[in-house]
Design a protein around this ligand. Structure first.
Ligand SMILES: [Zn+2]
Length: 244
């Protein structure tokens, strides 16, 4: 089984992808399921519109998609209310994108949202790889503040933070790594250092394509057993699902 931990669907300005386009990409490469989250403008503003889009896709294709909701922390109480509403409606994780949403990952502004995710034992997916606002060490600070919440680091710090990763997140056992956009040598290094149980296969589709991202994992994680963990088991465990 293959589960993609990182996809954006919706009608954005720089990102646009309908559920059917995603399904076609998944089917062509034998990908079973995907975590879907809102696109650019719905991450920044109109969070409810984006959350409804992904929840509607899940309602139409419940066996294929898993919804992660977003809420921009600058909305304060309204963000908390929106996240609670989306969770009630079936969202199974929180997606934060500090570059698009305008904060630094380690800033206390996100605390109330992390606490809501924690109350429901939901994972928090956080974009990384952008200087000043989305650095791996900032995520390590946040993850140490909330040791009972699991965080998925989008792109695993790619492209500029490969050097920070292993020393920086050692000691933050609740950080998991999304492989999208990253390079095979770094993925291999993280897998050796932290084990495949800390890696989740992701694409950031439609930004990256399935043949490219899957070939990368094939190269970076040549061991069949380890690759099975990276391709589906880690994300299923984070979602609280049975791993077969
Ligand atoms: Zn993303």
């Amino acid at each position: 089984m293959i589960v993609d931990c990182h996809v954006h669907i919706g009608e954005g300005v720089y990102q646009a992808c309908k559920p059917e386009k995603l399904l076609a990409g998944m089917d062509a490469s034998g990908v079973d399921r995907a975590v879907v989250c809102p696109v650019d403008r719905n991450l920044a503003v109109d969070n409810a519109e984006g959350n409804d889009y992904v929840l509607d896709a899940v309602a139409r294709y419940p066996d294929r998609f898993i919804a992660f909701a977003t809420a921009n922390p600058w909305y304060g109480a309204r963000a908390i209310e929106e996240l609670r509403r989306a969770i009630q409606a079936g969202a199974r994780g929180l997606k934060l994108h500090s570059k698009v949403q305008g904060f630094a990952i380690s800033d206390d502004i996100v605390n109330p949202l992390i606490e809501v995710a924690g109350e429901h034992s939901l994972p928090v997916f956080v974009h990384s790889g952008t200087m000043v606002c989305a650095e791996p060490l900032q995520l390590a600070m946040l993850a140490r503040r909330y040791p009972s919440v699991n965080f998925i680091m989008g792109h695993s710090g790619a492209t500029d933070f490969w050097n920070d990763m292993i020393p920086g997140i050692t000691g933050a056992e609740n950080i998991y790594l999304d492989t999208s956009l990253n390079n095979p040598a770094s993925i291999e290094r993280y897998c050796d250092a932290m084990g495949p149980e800390r890696l989740c296969f992701g694409t950031d589709f439609p930004q990256n394509t399935y043949p490219v991202e899957l070939e990368k994992i094939q190269n970076a994680v040549p061991d069949d057993q380890q690759r099975k963990i990276v391709l589906c088991e880690t994300i299923l465990r984070l979602l609280g699902e049975e791993v077969g």
